[in-house]
Design a binder for this molecule. Structure first.
Ligand SMILES: Cc1cc2nc3c(=O)[nH]c(=O)nc-3n(C[C@H](O)[C@H](O)[C@H](O)COP(=O)(O)OP(=O)(O)OC[C@H]3O[C@@H](n4cnc5c(N)ncnc54)[C@H](O)[C@@H]3O)c2cc1C
Ligand code: SF4
Length: 470
C-alpha cells in the first residue's frame, strides 16, 4: 500500500500549479460555526436533492454547529467517499448552494462547499483513522482475510478496477468497507485521475488529491500504478482472476482541430497542458508574457484561460464558434475568467494556424460570422501559444477488451447509470466514460452505486444487512 509520504515523493516539489493559491481557503473553527448556525435545517432540504450523491446536508451542518466535526464528516462520507475533494471542486453554485432556500429570499446562500471542506479536512487530517472503519473491523490490512470475510457475510469477492479516478476510487472504497478485495490498475504514475492531473489548482492542488487517495487506500484499497489494462494486463486476465471488473477509465486524449499548421510548437491539447502545468515546472509550455488563445467554450477552456491569466500571460482570448448563450461552460466560471482579464471572441471558427519562416506560431486565422464583434470574413488573431479545448476522445479500445461491452454513438461505454451494469455480466462501468464528461460528484455517485449494487447482489436475500443508506 502507498503511504501519503510515498505518494507525495512521486510529485515534483517545484510545480507551476503552486503559483496559483487556493481561492477558498479552509474556514477557521469560528467561521465554520458562524456559517453553520445560519442553516435553517429545512425539513424538505432542497440542497440534498440537488446533490448527485444526496449527502444529508442539514445533518452534517448541524453537527458542525454542535462541535461534532468527526460526526459531520462521517455523515458526508456515508454518501460521498470523496467528500473531501468534492467540497473543493463541485460546482456548488449550480448544485447544492444554487438550491439553498436563501437564494429565493435574495440572501447569501449557505456556503455548503466550504463547510463540507471544513468537516472533511479536519476529520482526515494526518494521522486520523479512516472514519468509516466500523467497530466490527471492515477496515483492515490488505492481508486481513479473516476479519474481511466476516464483514462480507462469508462472500468475500475480488474486484478489479480500471483507472484510479474518482469513479473507481469511490467504488473501490465502498467495496473495501464491505470487506471485499478491491484492486485498482492505473496507467499513470500517479493515481487520482483528473483530480490529480486536471482540476484547476486554485480549487485543488495535486498533493491534496493525493492526500485523499492515501485516505481511501487506508480503507483497504490496493492501487497498482503504471499498469495499463489492454497493454500490460489483458481484459481476459481480469475476467478470469476477479469476480467483477469496474471500468472507470474516464475520457481519452484531447481532440484536435485538424486544420493546417496545427502540428508544431506552441499548440497544446488543453488537458495535456493542464497536466504539465499541475505536475511539473513548465519546459516551453509557460504562458508567462505570451499572447494566448484558448479554443472552445466549455469549462475546460475557461479553466485553461483563467490559469494562463493567473500564470502571467500578456493576454488571454477565448475563441468560440457560436454565441455566448451556447457555451457549455458555467456562467459563474466565465465571470471568474473575465475578472482575471480573459477576453472572449464568439462566432469565430478556426481556419488555419500561421507560422513564421522559423516555424514559430504567429497567429490563428479565423472565419467570423456577420453578427460578431468585428466585420464578417477572415481575420488573423495574433498569438504565441494556443490551447485547444474542444473535447476528449472516447475509450473504444478498452471496451473492446471485454466481450459484450459496447460503446454508443457518442463513444461512451453503454452502462446502466443506476448499477453500472454493461453488456457483460461481470463488467461494470461509471464516471466520464459512460456520461461523456460531467463532474467529479457524478463519477463518485456512479462508483458508489455500483459498489452498493454488487454488495446487494453478493449478500443475497438471506443477508438483509443494510450497510449504507440508499
Ligand atoms: C480540465 C478539467 C477540469 C475539470 N474541473 C472540474 C471541476 O472543477 N469540478 C468537477 O466536479 N469536475 C471537474 N472536471 C470533471 C472531472 O474531473 C471528471 O468528471 C472526473 O474526474 C471523472 O472521473 P472518472 O473517474 O470517471 O475519470 P478520470 O478522472 O478521467 O480518471 C480515469 C483514470 O483512468 C485511467 N485510465 C484510463 N485508461 C486506463 C487503462 N486502460 N488502464 C489503466 N488506467 C486507465 C486514467 O489514467 C485516469 O487516471 C474537470 C475535467 C477536466 C478535463
Ligand atoms: S437549503 Fe440551505 S438553509 Fe435549507 S437545509 Fe439546505 S443549506 Fe440549510
Amino acid at each position: 500500500m502507498n503511504s501519503l509520504l510515498e505518494l507525495l515523493s512521486r510529485l515534483p516539489a517545484e510545480r507551476d500549479e503552486l503559483e496559483l493559491p487556493d481561492k477558498k481557503p479552509t474556514y477557521s473553527a469560528a467561521e465554520a460555526k458562524a456559517e453553520a448556525d445560519r442553516c435553517l435545517y429545512c425539513a424538505d432540504a432542497p440542497c440534498i436533492k440537488a446533490c448527485p450523491t444526496e449527502i444529508d446536508i442539514p445533518t452534517f451542518i448541524k453537527k458542525i454547529a454542535t462541535g461534532n466535526v468527526r460526526g459531520s464528516a462521517k455523515t458526508i462520507f456515508e454518501q460521498n467517499l470523496l467528500g473531501y475533494s468534492c467540497a473543493r471542486v463541485c460546482p456548488v453554485e449550480v448544485l447544492c448552494v444554487g438550491a439553498c432556500v436563501y437564494n429565493a429570499w435574495h440572501r447569501e446562500p449557505i456556503a455548503i462547499g466550504r463547510l463540507q471542506r471544513y468537516a472533511t479536512e479536519k476529520a482526515t487530517a494526518h494521522g486520523e483513522t479512516p472514519l468509516l472503519a466500523r467497530s466490527s473491523g471492515a477496515s483492515r490490512a490488505p492481508d486481513g482475510a479473516d476479519e474481511a470475510s466476516s464483514q462480507a457475510g462469508g462472500a468475500r469477492k475480488k474486484v478489479a478496477l480500471v483507472g484510479a479516478g474518482p469513479a473507481s476510487l469511490a467504488c473501490a472504497g465502498y467495496l473495501a468497507l464491505e470487506g471485499h478485495d478491491a484492486v485498482i490498475f492505473e496507467k499513470r504514475a500517479l493515481p487520482g485521475g483528473l483530480n490529480t492531473t486536471g482540476i484547476a489548482p486554485y480549487k485543488l492542488h495535486a498533493q491534496d488529491a493525493l492526500h485523499e487517495i492515501a485516505w481511501v487506500e487506508a480503507l483497504g484499497v490496493a492501487i497498482q500504478t503504471g499498469v495499463e489494462v489492454g497493454k500490460d494486463v489483458r481484459g481476459e486476465d481480469l475476467l478470469r482472476d476477479y469476480d467483477a471488473v469496474y471500468l472507470g477509465v474516464g475520457l481519452g486524449e484531447d481532440t484536435k482541430l485538424r486544420i493546417p499548421g496545427e502540428d508544431g510548437p506552441g499548440i497544446y491539447g488543453a488537458t495535456a497542458w493542464i497536466e504539465a502545468m499541475k505536475l511539473a515546472r513548465a519546459q516551453g509550455t509557460s504562458p508567462k508574457n505570451a499572447r494566448v488563445l484558448v479554443i472552445g467554450g466549455g469549462n475546460t477552456a475557461i479553466d485553461v484561460a483563467r490559469e494562463c491569466a493567473l500564470l502571467g500571460a500578456a493576454e488571454v482570448t477565448m475563441v468560440y464558434r457560436r454565441d455566448t448563450a451556447s457555451m457549455s461552460g458555467y456562467a459563474h466560471e466565465m465571470e471568474g475568467a473575465r475578472k482575471e482579464g480573459v477576453r472572449l471572441v464568439t462566432h469565430a471558427t478556426p481556419v488555419a494556424f500561421e507560422r513564421d519562416a522559423s516555424g514559430a506560431l504567429t497567429g490563428l486565422r479565423v472565419s467570423l460570422k456577420s453578427d460578431t464583434q468585428g466585420a464578417p470574413g477572415e481575420q488573423v488573431l495574433a498569438c504565441d501559444m494556443v490551447a485547444v479545448a474542444i473535447g476528449q476522445s472516447k475509450m473504444h479500445a478498452i471496451a473492446a477488451e471485454f466481450p459484450g461491452v459496447t460503446v454508443d454513438g457518442r463513444g461512451c461505454i453503454v452502462a446502466d447509470p443506476a448499477t453500472g451494469a454493461t453488456g457483460n455480466p461481470k463488467v461494470f462501468s461509471g464516471g466520464d466514460c459512460i456520461n461523456g464528461g460531467k463532474e467529479v460528484v457524478n463519477a463518485v455517485a456512479d462508483g458508489r452505486n455500483t459498489a452498493r449494487h454488487l454488495e446487494r447482489t453478493w449478500a443475497g436475500p438471506r443477508d438483509a444487512r443494510k450497510t449504507w443508506p440508499t
